[in-house]
Design a protein around this ligand. Structure first.
Ligand SMILES: Cc1cc2nc3c(=O)[nH]c(=O)nc-3n(C[C@H](O)[C@H](O)[C@H](O)COP(=O)(O)OP(=O)(O)OC[C@H]3O[C@@H](n4cnc5c(N)ncnc54)[C@H](O)[C@@H]3O)c2cc1C
Length: 473
């Protein structure tokens, strides 16, 4: 039986980054799917390539974990800077989120005028800048040392920001901008939905600042598909795709790993499966109980994939904000990402488009087969119609391929019904899963553990995990 020092279960952002940092150790990365990258993978269907979920790449800059990790593994991604991070369209009103603060302020004052726009947006930007400059960003549990280091981080956070950043985001909007229009509120909430998975009603100021400030950073388009990045990250990693980990049995000082192809003994196991889905991998009652203690976050994605037969000049990312919720979804907006016209893989013969919005996983799970199919078509057609209403240079006839994915589809490919982390608040901070578990040699990584979702959030969690892991070697 093959003996390992580290078994990484899953090649999502978290699993791939931690594997790349430890590739010189005796490590194997297992991925059940054919494609690498999980929610950030790229797949081929009907002869064309599509980004499965993630399309924007943020955080490739100084003081950010992604840049630090990529530099450490000597990997330079093939990126293209998006001149506009995201273009929002609401009732035909267009607003560009640009990195240039003065330009953005000028634009927002025209579209959503408010005498305190400058102070509002400047405060958010300053909080975001300070956060990414904090030196001791850290969160782990289940050892005295980890608790002490986490306490040092919280103390640094409070010294820098005081308790104000844990006050309600909604309260900050009211005290700064006053009674804003329904449209302005929708604009703010739609952007928060894509970054922190909820609206200003449910989060503290810190989460709102981080969520709304990502367009003030450099935002990149990944050439040849988001999934292409994983080929680079994993170039030195022993990667076994199409090999699913089915059972992990705790032995005295190691774990027996049973896959659909083989068996391995590993001293350490890093799970990139979600904390909600990990319990079923184990037989040990204590480990099962630990993973079952995390309440399922019933948040997921509905995604529409389109292939056009034309290549109109468009920017990379748009957000369309509607006046009412999309059928069978929990949001009134959708995010549209176009492949770059010069992308030789995604844009061969026409643009590839990924459109995503938010839905509940349990809703789709509860449907009968025919209800499921009907509702899926209803949602897809509604989104396509609204998409066409907002892009005059694209006609229905230009759509050559159209299909969609629900939370159930995500589960069948990448083992997860839930997509999207929970925003950190005072209420949930202590119950947040950390990279360290109470079990020696067993670790978590990915967007259901600290620090949360997307490239920047998951990479931050990887940095913390890497410190923990290397204390053991
Ligand atoms: C529609 C959508 C759009 C998004 N857009 C963006 C964006 O534009 N920018 C951004 O930064 N983020 C975006 N995100 C968020 C981001 O994609 C995720 O937070 C991130 O990719 C999650 O990474 P992860 O490490 O948690 O791994 P996951 O993506 O969850 O991957 C886990 C991997 O583990 C594998 N696995 C699970 N169980 C097993 C097993 N037993 N054996 C073997 N393999 C297993 C799965 O197959 C999967 O490949 C988006 C997410 C979605 C759903």
């Amino acid at each position: 039986m093959k003996k390992l020092d580290i078994a990484v279960v899953g090649s999502g952002i978290g699993g791939s980054l931690i594997a790349s940092l430890n590739s010189k150790k005796n490590l194997v990365l297992f991925e059940r799917d054919k494609n690498l990258g999980g929610c950030a993978s790229t797949f081929k269907r009907f002869g064309s390539y599509f980004n499965a979920g993630a399309t924007t790449f943020v955080g490739y800059e100084q003081n950010h974990p992604i840049k630090e990790i990529f530099d450490e593994i000597d990997f330079k991604p093939d990126l293209l800077k998006s001149q506009v991070a995201i273009r929002t369209i609401q009732n035909k009103k267009v607003l560009d989120r640009t990195k240039d603060f003065d330009k953005f302020l000028e634009d927002i004052n025209e579209v959503y005028p408010n005498k305190n726009n400058e102070i509002f947006w400047k405060t958010l930007k300053q909080i975001d800048e300070k956060f990414w400059n904090l030196k001791k960003l850290y969160f782990a549990k289940y050892s005295l040392k980890a608790y002490i280091k986490s306490a040092v981080f919280v103390a640094e956070l409070l010294k820098e920001f005081k308790f104000d950043i844990f006050k309600s985001a909604k309260g900050f909007i009211a005290s700064t901008l006053g009674d804003i229009s329904h449209e302005y509120q929708n604009f703010i909430d739609a952007q928060l939905f894509i970054t922190v998975q909820t609206t200003s009603k449910n989060i503290p100021l810190l989460s709102m600042a981080l969520g709304l400030s990502y367009p003030f950073h450099d935002v990149y388009y990944v050439n040849n598909g988001m999934g292409h990045i994983f080929d680079g990250i994993l170039k030195n990693v022993d990667t076994h795709n199409k090999e699913e980990v089915l059972k992990i049995i705790k032995k005295e000082n190691e774990y027996l790993i049973k896959t659909n192809k083989d068996e391995y003994l590993s001293k350490n196991v890093i799970l990139n499966s979600t904390v909600f889905d990990s319990s079923s991998l184990f037989e040990d009652e204590k480990i099962k109980k630990y993973y079952s203690s995390f309440k399922f976050n019933d948040q997921s994605a509905f995604v529409v994939y389109l292939k056009l037969d034309i290549k109109p000049e468009l920017i990379h990312h748009y957000q369309i904000v509607l006046n009412k919720n999309i059928p069978n979804c929990i949001s009134n907006s959708f995010f549209v990402s176009f492949s770059d016209v010069n992308d030789e893989v995604l844009s061969s013969k026409g643009l590839s488009i990924t459109i995503s919005t938010h839905t509940k996983a349990n809703f789709w799970k509860a449907l009968t087969t025919s209800e499921y199919e009907n509702k899926k078509i209803e949602t897809m057609n509604y989104i396509i119609e609204e998409f066409l209403n907002n892009f005059d240079n694209i006609g229905k006839d230009n759509i050559k391929t159209a299909f969609s994915a629900t939370s159930t589809t995500f589960n069948s490919y990448i083992n997860r019904f839930n997509c999207g982390g929970s925003a950190i608040s005072i209420k949930n901070a202590l119950s947040l899963p950390s990279c360290k578990t109470p079990f020696k040699g067993l670790y978590n990584v990915g967007d259901t553990v600290f620090a949360g979702q997307g490239w920047p959030g998951v990479a931050l969690g990887v940095k913390v995990l890497n410190k923990e892991l290397n204390e053991e070697f």
